[in-house]
Design a protein around this ligand. Structure first.
Ligand code: CP
Length: 285
C-alpha cells in the first residue's frame, strides 16, 4: 500500500513515468478502475481537486463516495478523523483527504487500511497539485524541467501549493527561484532553496522569468493582504514564459490576460485530470 502524503513520497522516476503517461489520457475512457471505489473526504472547500479526482475515477470506470461537506457527515457529531478513515477504508479502495490541519494526513495514513492521498493539509502540502503543476511546466517547455527561472508570487507563507512545488523543482539542476511577497508572507526559511532571491517588487524579476507562479492570499488562514498584477506588469514577461496559478484566483491576475498565450492556469486543470487518472490507476489497479 502506497500513501501519497508529501512530494517527498515520490521519486523522479515515478513522476516522469506519470507525466509521460498523462498526455495519453486526453481521450481516455477505460474500465481499468471498474469495481474500484474512491472516497473523496474533504474537510475544507474544493472545486478543482475534488471534481478532478471524481472525474478521473469515473472516466476509468470507477465510482466515488463524495463527502465534500463534512457538515453532513458524522464528523459534525464529534467523530474523530481516525474513526472516519477506518470507516471509509471498509467501503472503498482509496481515500483522498483534504483537511485544515498539517499532519492530519499522517494521522489518517497510520490507521488506514487503504492508500491515503493528500489533497491539501492546511498550510502543509498539496502533492497532487504539484504533479499537475510540474506537468504543466514539462508539457509547455519541451519536456524540460531544469535550468528554469521560476518566480513565485503571493502568500508564500500559507500557500501549500508553493511549498510542494518548491520541493519538487529544487530537485532539478539549475533552477533559480525568485520569491515575491510582503515580508510577513515569505516562504518559511527551512524551505528556501539555495538558488533563491526574495523581494517585494515584481518589477525586479518579472522580465527574467520563465515560469510565473501566482498564488492567492489565503484569507482563511489569517492573511489580509490584497494584491493584483496589472496587464502592464504581466506584459514585462518574456514572450515564451508561462503564467500559472493553482486557482481559485481572486484578483491576482486580470481576466483580460486569460487569452494571452502565456496564460496556462486553465490548462492546468485539464492536466490535473490527466495526472490524477494515471495516479489513481497506479494506486488502485
Ligand atoms: N487548486 C486547488 O486545490 O483548487 P481547489 O481548492 O478548488 O481544489
Amino acid at each position: 500500500m502506497q500513501h501519497l502524503l508529501s512530494v517527498d513520497d515520490i521519486n523522479e522516476k515515478f513522476i516522469l513515468d506519470l507525466w509521460e503517461r498523462a498526455s495519453d489520457q486526453k481521450d481516455n475512457f477505460s474500465s481499468s478502475l471498474k469495481n474500484k471505489i474512491l472516497t473523496n473526504l474533504f474537510y475544507e472547500p474544493s472545486t478543482r481537486t475534488s471534481s478532478s479526482f471524481y472525474s478521473a475515477m469515473v472516466r476509468q470506470g470507477g465510482s466515488v463516495i463524495p463527502i465534500n461537506n463534512v457538515k453532513f457527515s458524522s464528523a459534525i457529531k464529534g467523530e474523530s478523523l481516525e474513526d472516519t478513515i477506518i470507516t471509509m477504508g471498509t467501503m472503498s479502495d482509496c481515500i483522498v483527504l483534504r483537511h485544515p490541519e498539517i499532519g492530519s494526513v499522517s494521522r489518517a495514513a497510520k490507521v488506514s487500511s487503504v492508500p491515503v492521498i493528500n489533497a491539501g493539509d492546511g498550510k502543509g502540502e498539496h502533492p497532487t497539485q504539484t504533479l499537475l503543476d510540474g506537468f504543466t511546466i514539462f508539457y509547455n517547455n519541451k519536456e524540460k524541467i531544469d535550468n528554469l527561472r521560476i518566480t513565485m508570487v503571493g502568500d508564500l507563507k500559507n500557500g501549500r501549493t508553493v511549498k510542494s512545488l518548491v520541493k519538487l523543482l529544487s530537485r532539478y539542476s539549475g533552477n533559480h527561484f525568485n520569491f515575491v511577497s510582503p515580508p510577513d508572507l515569505r516562504l518559511p526559511k527551512d524551505l528556501l532553496p539555495k538558488n533563491s532571491f526574495q523581494t517585494e517588487k515584481i518589477e525586479e524579476v518579472i522580465s527574467d522569468t520563465d515560469v510565473l507562479y501566482v498564488t492567492r492570499v489565503q484569507s482563511e488562514r489569517g492573511s489580509n493582504h490584497q494584491y493584483s498584477l496589472s496587464l502592464d506588469q504581466l506584459n514585462l514577461l518574456p514572450r515564451k514564459s508561462i503564467v500559472m496559478h493553482p486557482l481559485p484566483r481572486v484578483n491576482e491576475i486580470p481576466r483580460a490576460f486569460d487569452n494571452d498565450p502565456r496564460a496556462k492556469y486553465f490548462d492546468q486543470m485539464l492536466y490535473g485530470l490527466w495526472c490524477r487518472m494515471v495516479l489513481l490507476e497506479n494506486v488502485m489497479s
